[in-house]
Design a protein. Structure first.
Length: 246
């Protein structure tokens, strides 16, 4: 009988942790879930207290019932504006920087005006950038000697006043990301059978080819001394235009 009393007394001194079942002689009592825990699991986060689940449920319900305003409140105002601008740009035709030479500017404006409808249809049919890249790789042409890991896939259009607007073709091509932009221009002109006499000393600016890239908000002329890897990316829209008034 004495032994039973001693064992009972020893059990009464400590309490088993509700979480890990280890006996603790100085247990902590949680008023939220009414459990007793050891020092390692005394915090609500440590023993996954039911109170935390209730709090997360309340927050989730508030965010859903608020119609999305709860989520938007977490975003800085400027970030929200940038998101709205990006969405608007998806349905607008590309803008052309007024800093371009007037000759190229007129050609680009004429091109986008004539192709506005078809460009809008194409954007609406895009499923994803990844799917589009896969399709582009299947049909793109380029120098077969370029290693696969160095290839950048582009959509290239030659804009020529002599061509009817309906004859503009957007051609999928690939170039080497290690090349300078000048070599990219030469390669694209060769692949598209476009006359290129840029290297001749006596070539006038009206006869030279210039290369442009479409960005989310503008069209910019590319410096032929720039590095392709820093300027061009997969699925970029590139335009080749002959002539400049400069």
């Amino acid at each position: 009988m004495t032994t039973q009393v001693r064992e009972t007394g020893m059990l009464d001194v400590g309490t088993h942790c509700t979480f890990c079942k280890q006996i603790d002689f100085l247990p902590f009592h949680c008023k939220f879930c009414d459990g007793d825990f050891c020092s390692k699991h005394r915090l609500k986060e440590d023993h996954h207290c039911i109170a935390l689940q209730n709090e997360s449920t309340i927050v989730s319900q508030e965010s859903k019932s608020d119609g999305g305003r709860f989520f938007r409140s977490l975003l800085p105002q400027r970030a929200a504006i940038r998101v709205q601008q990006a969405q608007a740009q998806q349905i607008e035709e590309p803008k052309v920087k007024s800093t371009l030479n007037q000759h190229s500017l007129n050609k680009l404006l004429k091109f986008f005006k004539s192709k506005r409808k078809s460009a809008t249809i194409r954007k609406g049919k895009q499923s994803s950038a990844m799917a589009q890249l896969i399709q582009c790789k299947k049909v793109a042409k380029g120098d077969s000697k370029i290693p696969q890991q160095n290839r950048i896939y582009l959509y290239v259009t030659v804009i020529d006043d002599e061509n009817d607007s309906n004859k503009y073709n957007e051609v999928p091509l690939f170039v080497n990301k290690m090349w300078p932009i000048g070599r990219v221009l030469d390669s694209l002109a060769h692949l598209l059978n476009v006359k290129n006499i840029n290297v001749r000393i006596n070539t006038s600016t009206q006869e030279k080819l210039f290369i442009y890239k479409q960005t989310p908000d503008a069209i910019q002329q590319l410096d032929t001394s720039g590095r392709t890897n820093d300027i061009l990316h997969d699925l970029d829209n590139v335009y080749i235009i002959r002539g400049s008034e400069n």
